[in-house]
Unconditional design. Sequence first.
Length: 413
Amino acid sequence: MDFKSARILVIDPHGEYSETFKGKSKIFKVNAGKNENELYIPFWALPFDELLKIFPGSLSDPNHEFLREKIVEFKVNQRTVNKISIGKEVVTADSPIPFSLKRLWFELDDFERQTFATARQPNTITTKTVAGDADKLVSNEYPPASAGGGLPFLNHLAKGILRYLDWIRVKVKDSRYKFLFSPGKWNPNLDGKVGADLDELLHIWLSGDKPITILDLSGVPSEIMSSISGTLLKIVFDSLLWGQNTNVGGKRQPLLVVLEEAHNYLKSGENSISSRTVQSIAKEGRKYGVGLLLITQRPSELDETVLSQCGTMIALRMNNSKDRSHIKAAIQDELQTLIDLLPSLRTGECIVSGEAVRIPSRMTFFKVAHAPKGADPNASTEWMKELPDKSEYKKVVTYWREQNFNEKKESDK
């Protein structure tokens, strides 16, 4: 049977599935290697609170709202540059509208550093000692304010957020965050102009001649993994929700979202963007043509409400009693005795129950031809090989420094 419009989106936190689905998938990856596409996630598509979480430090409530208002102002002003025809009254800090973070940083940083020739007179700014550069994130510099309260005078209107702005500069210049703050043709220039909008990003993720799209997040810094994975899911789910009446909406072209290591996105009791988004998909996704496949080794860490929404459950060998009790609570009472079989299953055996089978069944999976990277190495086989050349350790250190698993493509060298 030829499923010409099949759509499967795999969120892969450890880069384990590229070999498994070789030839049947498009792979998008941070620090992409050969035969892979670069994964870009535009910072301006992140909800306001998730964007701020990326930067260390904290803001007072007034400064938090001040920054929110400034971002709204930038999105309102710069939406016309990209010919986004929506009214300014509906623009919020969460609206996925391109804006120049560098220009925002530069203007805020400049205001914080200004000193005045006349006390409390903002129109008497002192002459710059160094001219900055917004694109290079170089600050303007002014004569420092007098410690004794004399000339030049301190800017009494400053918000006191210079330290936070310094953290923004550090993160934006950090090469590990290039996928976020320099996202290729989705990167705004100083005027907020982008080379491509979100429609093109959605098209390359969700359409094409291969049914499976793998978003490999193995190169994403661990401290922002939850925010980034949650944002990816929210971008996709929101687009299908609002586009439900179009030909690429979920009702007319359904999408299956696969979450590997699902407990990383859906920890019980956690109020993260990833947890909230997965809960929304689990509870409401069917109405909009969005299916959900959760894969985890620790079901006890999953939110019970979401687990109970799963129509089919496939359970492999499970020795942990806490995990088994969590599965028991999610299935029908008359099937709970099956869970007692889980510790005795062999490798590849499973118990399947739910909508996918007529009756609960014990099954065995075929072994895939291309085992995923996460498969256990065969020590007895590997140890019989000759010792590798010492130059391999040089590669190890290079990849470690570059925070990359692969050789760079020729275009990146």
